[in-house]
Design a protein around this ligand. Structure first.
Ligand SMILES: [Zn+2]
Length: 464
């Protein structure tokens, strides 16, 4: 089965046929770094991390570009409020995003360009558009002429005559048509600016992405991704700029659903307690990753503490099996090959819920094998489970989770101490002194050590 993806531009699921066989290029609209990320911001990072992992697992050589929008009205406003330079706000929040991507186990992109580092490329693109009659300078700004590109509105399914004015300038009278959008914003006193042939100013958001995607991935590339809220105007305008300039641009448009809180799109006020930095103090990062990635990427994700708890419990069931099975069978190196049903689910527009159903089914079979002391079957199930978890970036025995707080030296010591206590308990049982045996178990429990009797003998783990 080949990979099929829902293409927003085609409004259909299409076979993924890359531009170059065996290769896949992907551009993802990254963070506008005006604030640290909450889980609504970071979901697209996790979703597209899953996509790149699956593309790689399927044998594609992937080039993944995710930009940083480091200049923007909001960044300037936050900096003015704090009385610090714009770049301090941008850098601080860029680091917060980098931390969040890393803590959730997202593989870094191959390139992470910043908008302010690509002004020459933007000037070149504007020049091409102006020379081609698709853009015009006016009052220090540069605008895109939406009438000059017949396909305008196609991505978002709108007709030009029904569109509202683009509210992206304080000087709307300079526009030929209120729906024309800014490519470049003329400098204002006290604001950062860069020189161009049309005067000093700063980039418009849409222009940045067209310029950076083309620079790193070429005039035509495979997949452009982002949140559903970016379809209009951002992605509509990216297409208009790039296609009007003569570039074919992205061949597939993928959009992830948004994270909501009780039916609302997550706003900053609602989102404070849902900052990634705060969330990972409540649940382990791997559990948060499982939660954010477990819904279908095109569905909305309605945040609730209960839903998060369920995800945590579900992940722990998987993790429990992996750890217990690895103790019995050895860690069985993860196989490259995942079960066909799992592959089929991910090939079907990245259907993670179906893929997780296969994973949980395999865990159940593995637990049954452990209960029946069928070591060979347990080893096979463990290898399958680890292969699937590897694709999902959730294998507790692999990087980056394997070393998280394991304290290997201490574990060896505790292992030995628990072994002594368990031998004492066994001896107490053999002389039918059940009170003493229970007291040993209770003492361990109080110390946070949970003992479980299994067909392979007693095992322990720390209470979570
Ligand atoms: Zn973008």
């Amino acid at each position: 089965m080949t990979l099929r993806l829902y293409d927003t531009a085609a409004r259909a699921v299409r076979d993924f046929v890359p531009l170059t066989p065996g290769k896949a290029s992907l551009y993802l609209c990254g963070a506008t770094v005006q604030a640290p990320p909450h889980i609504g911001h970071i979901r697209s990072g996790v979703v597209f991390d899953l996509l790149t992992r699956w593309l790689r697992a399927s044998g594609y050589q992937v080039t993944f570009c995710r930009n940083v929008t480091d200049i923007d009205d909001k960044i300037i406003r936050v900096a003015a409020g704090e009385g610090v330079p714009w770049w301090q706000v941008a850098q601080r929040n860029e680091r917060a995003f980098a931390r969040a991507y890393a803590v959730l186990g997202c593989v870094p992109p191959d390139v992470e360009p910043r908008a302010t580092g690509h002004v020459p490329e933007m000037i070149t693109l504007m020049r091409r558009l102006i020379e081609g009659g698709h853009a015009y300078p006016a009052d220090g700004d540069v605008y895109f002429d939406v009438h000059s590109y017949p396909g305008y509105g196609a991505l978002s399914g709108q007709r030009l005559e029904h569109m509202r004015a683009a509210e992206d300038t304080e000087t709307p009278d300079a526009k030929r048509d209120p729906r024309d959008f800014s490519l470049w914003k003329g400098a204002k006193p006290g604001e950062p600016s860069w020189e161009t042939p049309w005067g000093p100013g700063r980039p418009g958001w849409h222009l940045e992405c067209s310029a950076m995607a083309t620079k790193y991935l070429g005039p035509v590339f495979d997949i452009h991704g982002g949140g559903l809220d970016l379809i209009f105007p951002h992605h509509e305008n990216e297409i208009a700029q790039s296609r009007a300039a003569g570039d074919e641009f992205a061949r597939y448009w993928l959009h992830n659903g948004l994270v909501g809180v009780s039916g609302e799109k997550m706003s900053k006020s609602l989102g404070n307690s849902l900052l990634v930095d705060a969330m990972v103090t409540q649940v382990r990062p791997v559990e948060l990753r499982y939660y954010l990635g477990s819904a279908h990427y095109r569905s909305g994700l309605e945040y609730s503490a209960e839903a998060l708890d369920e995800a945590v419990a579900a992940y722990r069931r998987i993790e429990n099996f992996v750890i217990r099975a690895a103790e019995v069978t050895g860690p069985a190196p993860a196989r490259d090959l995942v079960p066909p049903a799992f592959a089929g689910a991910l090939d079907d527009d990245l259907s993670v819920p179906q893929a997780l159903a296969v994973l949980h089914e395999t865990v159940r079979a593995g637990n049954n094998a452990l209960a029946a002391a069928d070591t060979a079957a347990a080893a096979t199930r463990l290898a399958e489970v680890r292969a699937m978890l590897g694709v999902l970036g959730l294998d507790p025995l692999a990087e980056p989770w394997a070393d998280a707080g394991s304290g290997d030296d201490l574990r060896t010591v505790v292992d030995a101490l628990v072994g002594v206590a368990l031998a004492q308990r066994q001896a107490a049982r053999e002389r039918k002194d059940y009170a003493a045996a229970d007291a040993i178990r209770d003492g361990l429990q109080e110390a946070g050590v949970v003992i479980e009797d299994t067909p392979q003998g007693p095992r322990w783990e720390l209470k979570r």
